[in-house]
Design a protein around this ligand. Structure first.
Ligand code: NCD
Length: 363
């Protein structure tokens, strides 16, 4: 199903890898078109609605009852791991997890690729978080090469691989849930088109902001503000991508510089797992890049505040518990779970079962 060697596949630019990936797996934010994003958001809304009724919950839990999912998370995770688990449970999937490489055969010296091939011979889906940038691509290549095929909607397909975060480069499902949250938050003022999105914090090593930046190509007349200390500024590959896609961007040297023009502010923590810091200590956010109650007061009344979480000191204590509808990050978490239900339903081509149910007359 793939003629390339692993080395040749990994050497391809992501824009070409995407042609091989098609809709078999979710690895890169560049995979998604505007049409896809709108469809994912609509489906996430439908899943949410259907799940509100007892009948809906029962119907959903029957959809993927015979399927087995593996959540292979060998890098720390709370939200992504739990929301995928919950989403899989809502669709009735059986679930297994590997969260510690030290208690799998990797500790005996097995290669990642052999471990993956083993996983693929038991399970029908692998969600994977790994510290290596290429790990999800390796998993995809392995599933393309493995003998086992699933029959999904009458077609033989490789075991789906979903990246739950790969190194410091990509976190595509987070980007989808961020789009879902932005679209919902900005719905009353016409959605994401024409808006200014300010990304704040460690943009250099933050995979969420990189993946979200890629998705901006799908929206008309968007401006991205990159607010970060110089050493954490967004890398040139993303800036060039936006340039080519015709997305306006500028850099800012503090939150204050963009707060009045931003329609959405997306905070991130310093990714100090890539720094040499003493165990138990963390690099503090600098004052200019800490979101305060004064910033909240200066934000547009229609704007929203997002964060992929986990957060530390980059959002001042006090912002969490103000009763302000613009503070979206806790709802963003829940949106993530619905988006992941939608992602799984699409991978297994069962989305129509959920949409059809939502259209059935009650009673
Ligand atoms: C993010 C990640 O893992 O990249 N977390 C998440 O999935 N919500 C963000 C982070 O760890 O800073």
């Amino acid at each position: 199903m793939i003629d390339l060697s692993l080395a040749d596949f990994l050497a391809l630019p992501d824009s070409e890898k995407v042609h091989h990936i098609r809709d078999y797996a979710i690895l890169y934010a560049q995979q998604f078109s505007r049409e896809d994003l709108d469809a994912y958001c609509r489906l996430a809304d439908t899943c949410r609605e259907v799940h509100k009724t007892e009948q809906g919950r029962t119907a959903m839990a029957g959809i993927l009852r015979q399927r087995m999912a593996l959540n292979f998370f060998v890098q720390p995770s709370s939200r992504t791991f739990m929301s995928f688990n919950t989403a899989q449970a809502y669709l009735g999937m059986n679930r297994m997890s590997v969260r510690d490489a030290n208690i799998s055969s990797i500790a005996k010296g097995e290669s990642l690729i052999d471990s993956l091939r083993t996983f693929i011979s038991y399970v029908d889906m692998v969600v994977m978080r790994h510290s290596e940038d290429h790990a999800a691509a390796v998993a995809f290549w392995t599933s393309m090469k493995a003998h086992r095929r699933l029959v999904i909607d009458g077609e033989e397909r490789p075991v789906p691989i979903v990246s739950g975060g790969s190194g410091s480069r990509q976190h595509p499902t987070q980007a989808l849930l961020d789009i879902y949250t932005l679209q919902k938050s900005l719905a009353e003022i016409g959605g994401i088109d024409g808006k200014t999105i300010m990304l704040v914090g460690d943009l250099k090593r933050g995979r969420t902001v990189r993946s979200l930046s890629y998705l901006m190509k799908n929206y008309r007349d968007v401006t991205v503000i990159f607010a970060a200390p110089e050493r954490y500024q967004m890398e040139d590959d993303i800036l060039e991508f936006l340039e080519q896609a015709g997305v306006r961007w500028r850099k800012a040297t503090s939150i204050s510089e963009g707060i009045e023009s931003a329609d959405a502010i997306y905070m991130t923590r310093i990714q100090d797992e890539y720094d040499k810091v003493l165990p138990g200590t963390h690099v503090p956010a600098s004052r200019d890049f800490t979101f305060t109650l004064e910033h909240l007061a200066a934000m547009k009344s229609t704007a929203c505040l997002l964060h992929p979480l986990p957060k530390r000191d980059e959002i001042e204590e006090g912002v969490d518990y103000v009763d302000d509808p613009r503070v979206m990050y806790w709802r963003q978490e829940r949106n993530g779970m619905w988006m992941r239900v939608a992602i799984i339903a699409k991978l297994f081509k069962v989305a129509h079962l959920i949409t059809d149910f939502s259209m059935e007359p009650e009673g």
